[in-house]
Design a protein around this ligand. Structure first.
Ligand code: C2E
Ligand code: MG
Ligand code: MG
Length: 566
């Protein structure tokens, strides 16, 4: 009786299955183990234009578009045969020659002994799918150096993937950073560094499944999106495989060099469906991994949640701060070491927060960099500083330099030169009194472009200085080529100059370097008489620090100048 029932059910199920096969809006295709087509449904014919009788016994290769390389198919087959499953997008060609993009799932079907019997593919035509139209457009946005897609593309993909997650499904985002890259770039040259970035891109791309998105973020950072993951081990094994590739040496110009990398990763929780939040999480995870060199991979965990929340809150607050006119500039004197006369001031940003009081850059500047808010804020800083210089002149102060900090992001903006030019023109300031403080990062990101940009600033008549010097990977070879007027020795060396012989030697070397290059040198963070005396002996040109003055408001500086303090 029961056997009879089971038989009936079996045949009913088969009937249902074949109805689904016929009626499905998704194209279906079955091949035997030798890849010969056995069966297709009518949706298949609709999409591809091939009738069953035209394609039966043939290899589905007839659909091939020529848009994917050999490696793409190799990866696909490797994975399919290994896991009996593959999912992703493929460009194929209809019978009428037209290209189309399909979203396909392929299963390998095995018998009870595990022998391959069939392949079963189910796909839909997504050429006109709105989200993918964006994808196709963005595909044009490749990073020219590595040929990988760029960050804009990544964010779009991440948004689509997040929107498509259902129920308990999770995705993972990873941030890969090459360790010591800047040192190598500096020691061996930019061309060498570029090759390392290209080789890394190729090596990592090769080991990732085609449906994993891999892009260059910027500099020596890459982003990875795993659209569907089961658990940490999934992600960990991919991360480990990526790090493994760094065990292979980079061979370039007869040099053999070994590098390592660090990864920050995050896996979505049900609650988090916000792409920007995930990007903040991987940055925090990477910071964590960087702090502990014995752990090259770190996951974002909920104990860091408050940090993300803090960043998100501050970012929202910062948007308002500009509108509400809450930013202030304070000015710190720079003093000639011999005459003790003020030669200039550095404009330093402050945030007069309505509830938290006066905030220093340490509390918010990183967030302005991450969010891009430093662009409008930086523009405000430039305009305000230039106007202030003109106002002081009107108030009877002698002319002195106005130094303004410029972040790498501002510098990379195409219209940055115009922003500076406008600030000068609008205020009527003498450009010879404006000094832009740049970081080494600006130069390291793209040396050739940086040199061109810097030269155009020199043509404007503006002075340039290199801030926090000694903390990056500057070398004589590139400093020589930069049209800069001044080196600012980083605070950390000055603070230890009386106790650390090594720091003293570094300061000595920087001063000697500046002298060779015939540029000025200023020491930052001078707090004590002892520090000042050492710097005097070493013939440093200028000093800046609490020993003379903290950064103070424009009015306070005016008052002190009039009192003859500087
Ligand atoms: P920075 O450009 O190297 O500025 C020098 C920092 O050292 C200032 O911190 C200054 O107050 C502090 N300082 C000066 N003398 C002493 C001293 O004797 N002892 C100690 N302990 N500290 C001293 P601040 O104002 O907190 O600024 C920190 C950083 O924030 C700046 O470092 C700069 O990188 C960034 N920053 C400030 N304003 C701006 C801005 O308008 N735009 C950009 N892009 N960055 C800014
Ligand atoms: Mg500075
Ligand atoms: Mg500095």
């Amino acid at each position: 009786m029961r056997k009879q029932k089971t038989k009936e059910l079996d045949s009913e199920q088969k009937q249902l299955a074949s109805m689904v096969f016929v009626a499905s809006k998704n194209a279906m295709l079955i091949t035997d183990k030798d890849y010969n087509v056995v069966l297709v449904n009518s949706a298949f014919t609709e999409i591809t234009g091939y009738l069953l009788k035209e394609i039966i016994g043939k290899n589905p290769r007839v659909l091939k578009s020529g848009k994917h390389g050999r490696q793409f198919y190799k990866n696909l087959w490797d994975e399919l045969l290994h896991k009996d499953f593959w999912q992703g997008t493929i460009w194929n060609r209809r019978k009428n020659g037209e290209l189309y993009l399909e979203w396909v799932t392929i299963h390998a079907v095995r018998d009870e002994q595990g022998q391959l019997k069939y392949f079963f593919a189910i796909f839909s035509d997504i050429t006109h799918n709105k989200a993918l139209e964006i994808e196709i457009q963005q595909l044009k946005n490749y990073d020219p150096l590595t040929q990988l897609p760029n960050k804009t593309f990544f964010i779009e993909q991440l948004k689509v993937a997040l929107a498509n997650l259902t129920g308990e499904q999770k995705l993972a985002v990873l941030l890969l950073n090459i360790n010591r890259f800047k040192k190598v770039n500096d020691a061996y040259g930019i061309a060498y560094g570029d090759s390392i970035l290209q080789i890394t891109a190729k090596r990592v791309r090769k080991l990732l499944r085609p449906n994993i998105i891999f892009v260059r973020d910027y500099a020596d950072r890459y982003l990875i999106l795993m659209p569907l993951v089961n658990n940490y081990t999934n992600v960990l094994s991919v991360a480990n495989r990526i790090l493994e590739t760094f065990k292979n040496a980079f061979h370039l110009n007869n040099n053999q060099i070994y590098l390592s990398a660090t990864i920050g990763a995050t896996i979505t929780k049900n609650k988090v469906r916000d792409a920007r939040r995930l990007l903040k999480q991987i940055n925090l995870a990477l910071d964590k991994a960087k702090r502990d060199p014995t752990v090259p991979i770190a996951f974002f965990d909920s104990s860091m949640d408050h940090l993300v929340k803090h960043r998100v809150d501050v970012e929202a607050d910062l948007y308002q701060a500009l509108k509400r006119n809450e930013f202030r500039l304070h000015y710190q004197p720079q003093v000639d070491i011999n005459s003790k006369k003020m030669t200039g001031v550095e404009a330093l940003l402050r945030w007069q927060h309505p509830t938290k009081g006066l905030l220093y850059p340490g509390d918010f500047i990183d967030i302005t960099f991450d969010s891009g808010l430093i662009i409008p804020i930086g523009e405000w800083v430039l305009n305000t500083a230039c106007q202030q210089a003109v106002l002081w002149k009107k108030q009877g102060l002698p002319a002195f330099f106005m130094a303004v900090n410029v972040s790498a992001l501002q510098f990379r903006q195409r219209n940055f030169q115009k922003v500076v030019q406008d600030a000068i023109h609008r205020s009527g300031m003498d450009p010879a009194n404006l000094e832009l403080e740049l970081t080494e990062q600006i130069v390291l990101d793209d040396f050739e472009t940086a040199i061109q940009m810097l030269s155009t600033f020199k043509e404007l008549g503006v002075r340039l200085s290199l801030d926090d010097f000694g903390t990056g990977y500057s070398s004589m070879s590139y400093l020589k080529k930069l049209p800069i007027d001044k080196l600012k020795i980083d605070i950390s060396f000055i603070q230890n100059i009386t106790s650390s012989k090594q720091d003293l030697e570094i300061v000595k070397a920087i001063i000697a370097l500046a002298r060779t290059l015939k540029i000025k040198v200023i020491a930052e963070g001078v707090e004590t008489k002892e520090q000042l005396e050492i710097l005097l002996r070493l013939k440093c040109n200028e000093v800046q620090g609490f020993y003379f003055s903290q950064a103070i408001s424009a009015d306070a500086l005016l008052k002190k100048c009039k009192e003859g303090c500087f």
